[in-house]
Structure formats: C-alpha cells, structure tokens
Design a protein around this ligand. Structure first.
Ligand code: SIN
Length: 281
C-alpha cells in the first residue's frame, strides 16, 4: 500500500503530493498515483525535494522524453535543464504573464517540472489557471463557436530578434538562440485533452497571434475577452515557493504566470519540459 497522499491545493486546480521522496526510484504503483493526481488536478506540487540535476531528470523521464527548450539558457553542465533566473539587479523576469509553455510547437510539451533552487525572502509566487474549468464556464453558444476555430501560435514575437525578451535590456543573458524563433503553428482553440478527454481552452496571451483565417484586429476582441475570463480568480491558484519545492504542470490543461514582485532579490529555478503530442479538437 502506497503512503503517498494527494491533498487538493485549491478549489480550481492543484494538489500537493505528500509522502514521497523523489530522489528515490518510484514503484509503478506510486507513479500511477502521482500520474492520476496530475490528470485530476492539472498541476501537482511537492515540498522538500532537494534533488540533484540527475534526480530531477530521472523523475522527468518517468513521464516522457525530455523536450529541450531551445531559447532558455541551460543550467551549466546540464543541457536538458533550462535555468529560470532573475538576479537582484534585474527588473524583467521570465514567464511574467499568463502563458502555457511551448504552444508555439507543433507538438507542445506535455508538462514542465519546475524545481526551486533559490527563492526570494518574500514574493516570486506562481499563479496557475485551469483552462478546462474556464472553457466549461462559457455559454454553450460561445463554446460551440470556439470549437469551430483554430488559432495561430508563434515564438517569433517572444523569443525572436529585437522583440519580446530581446527588447528588454536585462533579459539578454537568459534567453538565446533567437534565430531559431521561426515557428508559426496552428492548434484547435478548444482541444480534447490527450489524456483526460476533457475539452480545454487552448489559446494564451503570450504566444497566440490570431484565429486562423481572421485578421489580428478581428481576433483581438474575442481573444481579449477569453483572456479576461480565463484569468478570473475562481479558475486559478497561487503557489508559494520554498527551496526544494517542485511544481509539475500540464501545459495542455493550465496556464501559469510567474509574479515579478521581488526586485532586489535572486530567484533561481530549474525547469525541465517533457514531450507532448500534437493536439486535436
Ligand atoms: C515559466 O514560465 O516556466 C517559469 C515559471 C516560474 O518561474 O514561476
């Protein structure tokens, strides 16, 4: 019998997994409990996991092969681990707006495992939002309209030359490989979640450009309405980090937002993204 406990974290989404030491190999039964919690809650949280990079990678590989982010600078000596860092003198953070990782890819990353290495004395929390709940709260009429739409997502305006992070003077050392920011991909606006089958809103403010076949100007009012709707507090939760905390979120089911409220302090996180599949309506 597994001693793992799954404790709901907030009404909207999230669960804390207790009674597990991720530095040790997990039995199949333990892993199945954790996987079910991931699908049930969209994001799972762990405390006091002081993992080496190799242990972090080993846990990530239980889920899927690693999907290396081509824009983030890697942790020195560990090309598969992205460093999400902000120094005391820097003003910009990484991920400081609602988004879901890798939606600019044809097969977006299934999930991201973020491990806190160094946290500010206060602040630096991360918000998460439940995109299935947000979709289900829309009127049947709007749901039907959205189900007939697809949207274009891109990395160019976020990671490319002279835009996004490059346009902010103090993120230059943390984001690179700008010439690789060339992708535009199309995904359904409402996906059928590949594991749970739940219908989920799949647009996000960071990477979605416009609805397919619509201009940006035509798309903007409806996208803005969806972003305001989905970021309402009742669909979200807020996680406070301690050194050794880890979150594993489902990029197909959730958005996240790294709060940038800790100027003058250092925050260092290690992020591993794991491979997903092409998304279908
Ligand atoms: C990210 O957007 O992947 C980073 C989130 C965080 O640093 O809290």
């Amino acid at each position: 019998m597994s001693a793992i406990e799954v404790v709901p974290f907030a009404p909207a989404l999230g669960a804390v997994i207790r009674g597990v030491d991720l530095s040790q190999p997990l039995s199949d039964a333990e892993f199945a409990t954790i996987r079910q919690a991931f699908h049930d809650h969209g994001v799972i949280f762990f405390r006091d996991q002081h993992l080496s990079p190799e242990q972090h990678l080993a846990f990530a590989r239980r889920w899927a092969p690693i999907d290396i982010n081509r824009f983030f600078k890697a942790v020195p000596g560990h090309p598969e681990i992205a460093e999400v860092r902000k120094e005391p003198e820097q003003r910009s953070n990484i991920g400081g707006g609602w988004h879901t990782d890798h939606s600019y890819d044809a097969a977006p990353a299934m999930g991201s495992l973020l491990l806190a290495r160094e946290v500010p004395p206060a602040g630096g929390d991360t918000l998460f939002a439940n995109m299935a709940a947000a979709f289900e709260a829309l009127s049947p009429g709007l749901q039907r309209t959205l189900e007939g739409l697809r949207a274009v997502h891109s990395s160019r305006h976020v990671f490319g030359e002279k835009t996004g992070y490059a346009a902010r003077e103090d993120t230059g050392d943390r984001i690179g490989n700008r010439a690789a920011a060339t992708q535009d991909v199309v995904h359904p606006v409402v996906i059928r979640h590949p594991d749970t089958g739940r219908r989920t809103l799949y647009v996000n403010q960071a990477f979605t450009l416009h609805f397919e076949g619509w201009t940006k100007a035509e798309s903007e009012p409806l996208l803005r309405m969806l972003y305001e709707h989905a970021s309402r507090p009742e669909f979200s939760c807020r996680f406070d980090w301690q050194e050794g905390s880890m979150a594993f979120w489902d990029n197909r089911a959730t958005w996240h937002y790294a709060l940038n409220d800790y100027h003058g302090h250092r925050r260092v996180m290690h992020r591993i993204t794991v491979q997903g599949v092409p998304l279908a309506a």
